[in-house]
Design a protein around this ligand. Structure first.
Ligand code: ADP
Ligand code: MG
Length: 634
């Protein structure tokens, strides 16, 4: 039997170092945080060979008295916590008292420090965890720490390091994050004696953003601010045309700390839904300030992740603030060369960009309709309407007075006697039940369009020519319609004559049964059938009846997909998107003239965004001026 032994302190420290100090950038992070905690207003960082040779951080902060130098490098020694309760109201960036000990354990480490009261400084050297005597030295007030030959005594760790440039990239990222979180502090960064950054203090975060990411991005940001009794949210988000292929440009700060938070990133994604193409991510520089008691920062070794006492509240605050802001902001105005408000448009902007901007703004105006009068909370708070399945008409909870009521006939489409063909779907749109025929259509009627390549509809509009993606538009319409029905508790559902059994895997069956009530709201009746078999007893009328099992499988996929915030509304939304996409007419479906007309008549329903639920545009506008210009008539 192996004997149980107490580990010697040096092994303990090496283990701790393994957690906190992964690479040179981790050293830079810990040292910068210490300097910020010490109240420094200027911090200079020098790095050699990507930090493998040297990391030096010099600050003008409060300094450490000579007799405390040995304690500073001892493990579990900190000036930032007094007792366990303090752990739950951390106001400093550091608090574990482990960083200096860990770094000194795996490097040649020098600490020089001087407080304001002292005439001279004091110095302490530590090599692989072995401290020397404290010796006097000459130095300015503040603290300078040098870390040489990182991991020289842990060769395995050293082997994991990447090329100098890669390591330097990580160092740079750390500096960028902290410099964005603390614009009032002067930072500088040198690599191999080359100056990389010199960032004078500023009151304006946007100055730092401009320095790091360029004026073009800085000019395309939207200021955001909201505050309730406990939390203040402020910062910038990118205009939708500033989007990225991943979420790395989503900077989030909490009480001066750069954090990563899945749920807040999800809220960002939600707010931009319909404004960005699928797979594109918005840019953000957002700070949350809140009492430290409301957040646990002691959940991640490098404190990158935190745990909020009330994460749902932050999620809603962020999403709500963004949505309200977007509704008030004309998201096209930055692109509009004549936009008086911006004053930021590059006067040298190419003709092409202007043209694109013009087209875009026309399109958005057309598609947005009365977006300005739409309030995001209206949907959620609207009381379910007393509608039985027999009724054929209802208002979308958010529809405004002058919009024509929707017709349930849209939903009945798939049950039309013609069978579940795409043509049938739109035919049902075109010929509402008898009770509906007298409804005033004129207000929104449009001249029929030309169908080309069985996928696009080309129509004349007041301002020019509209090219519509038939699938995208129908999908959008069905989505709006379906969502209205779900919110009103009025989804039409049809019982299956013979309930259909579907064999699923264990987790799939569990997920389905867990969300049974949700699926019922979507019109899908589910019964357990023993083992992992599920019985579909009814299905939404809107959907094609030929494969309820396939619909269920697609729904399960969404139910089991990871990375989703546990908000029920999002899940519902995702399910609705999927179902609308499935039910909509496809590209390649030939449409009859009445069907085209029916589709065009409904296009005002796609008003809250010019994109289909998957983020692709539903329509493009070519203005008459544009055509005139192209044909050299002007
Ligand atoms: P922590 O930051 O978690 O307290 P560290 O090991 O990083 O632990 O630092 C230990 C202590 O050394 C700190 O609590 C602080 O009192 C002191 N210290 C470290 N760096 C500095 C600095 N740059 N300026 C002043 N004091 C410092
Ligand atoms: Mg620290």
């Amino acid at each position: 039997m192996p004997v149980i032994r107490q580990l010697p302190p040096s092994v303990v420290n090496k283990i701790a170092a393994g957690e906190v100090i992964e690479r040179p950038a981790s050293v830079v992070k810990e040292l910068l945080e210490n300097s910020l905690d010490a109240g420094a207003t200027r911090i200079d960082v020098s790095v050699e060979l990507g930090g493998l040779e040297l990391v030096r951080v010099a600050d003008n902060g409060g300094g450490i008295p000579p007799d405390e130098l040995p304690l500073a490098v001892a493990s579990h020694a900190t000036s930032k916590l007094a007792d366990a309760d303090d752990l739950f109201r951390v106001r400093t960036l550091g608090f574990r008292g482990e960083a200096l000990a860990s770094i000194a354990e795996v490097s040649r480490f020098t600490l020089r420090s001087r407080t304001a009261e002292q005439a001279a400084g004091a110095e302490l050297e530590v090599v692989a965890g072995k401290p020397s005597e404290v010796a006097p030295c000459g130095c300015p007030p503040g603290t300078t720490i040098e870390v040489r030959n990182l991991f020289f005594n842990t060769p395995v760790r050293r082997k994991f390091l990447r090329a100098t440039q890669t390591e330097m990239g990580h160092v740079s990222e750390i500096l960028v994050r902290l410099a964005l979180a603390h614009p009032r502090v002067h930072f500088s960064l040198r690599h191999n004696s080359r100056q990389i950054h010199d960032l004078p203090p500023t009151e304006r975060l946007i100055d730092r953003i401009g320095t790091f990411f360029g004026r073009e991005l800085a000019d395309d940001l939207i200021w955001l601010e909201s505050r309730d009794d406990l939390v203040r949210l402020s910062g910038f988000v990118g205009h939708p045309n500033q989007n990225r292929p991943n979420n790395r440009m989503q900077y989030l700060f909490l009480n001066g700390r750069s954090i990563r938070d899945r749920s807040l990133q999800h809220a960002l994604g939600e707010a931009y839904r319909g404004l960005l193409l699928t797979g594109r991510f918005p840019v953000s520089f957002l700070s949350f300030e809140m009492p430290p008691e409301l957040v646990d920062v002691n959940v991640h070794p490098t404190k990158l992740e935190v745990r909020f006492q009330d994460g749902g509240r932050l999620y809603s605050q962020l999403l709500g603030t963004l949505r309200t802001k977007f509704l008030k902001t004309d998201l096209t105005h930055k692109l509009d060369p004549h936009g008086a408000e911006t004053g930021q448009t590059d006067p040298a902007a190419a003709h092409d960009a202007e043209r694109a901007a013009q087209l875009r703004s026309e399109l958005v105006d057309w598609a947005k309709g009365q977006m300005a009068t739409w309030r995001p909370d209206a949907v959620a708070s609207a009381a379910p309407q007393p509608l039985g399945p027999r009724q054929t008409e209802f208002d979308l909870p958010r529809s405004s007075a002058d919009r024509r009521p929707l017709e349930l006939s849209t939903l009945i489409s798939r049950a039309a006697p013609q069978g579940p063909s795409a043509a049938g779907a739109v035919a049902a749109l075109a010929s509402p039940p008898a009770t509906q025929r007298t409804a005033p259509h004129s207000a929104h009627s449009h001249a029929a369009a030309l169908q080309i390549h069985n996928r696009y509809l080309v129509a004349e509009s007041e301002e020019g020519v509209v090219v519509i993606d038939q699938h995208a538009l129908h999908e959008r319409i069905l989505y709006e319609h379906f969502r209205g029905a779900v919110l009103a508790g009025a989804v039409e559902s049809q019982s299956l004559l013979v309930p259909e059994p579907v064999d699923l895997s264990g987790p799939e069956a569990a997920a389905v049964l867990e969300h049974r009530e949700l699926l019922a709201r979507l019109g899908l009746g589910i019964e357990p059938f023993g083992g992992d078999t599920i019985l579909i007893s009814s299905y939404p009328t809107m959907m094609s009846a030929d494969s309820p099992a396939e619909l269920l499988r697609s729904l399960v996929e969404i139910l089991l997909a990871g990375g989703r915030a546990p908000e029920r509304r999002d899940l519902l939304d995702e399910l609705l998107h999927m179902m609308s996409c499935k039910a909509a007419i496809k590209a390649g479906d030939r449409l009859a003239p009445e069907e085209i007309e029916a589709l065009l008549e409904q296009r005002h329903l796609a008003q809250d965004t010019h994109h289909c639920p998957h983020g692709r545009p539903t329509a493009l506008v070519f203005t008459r001026e544009e055509l005139d210009r192209q044909f050299k008539r002007t």
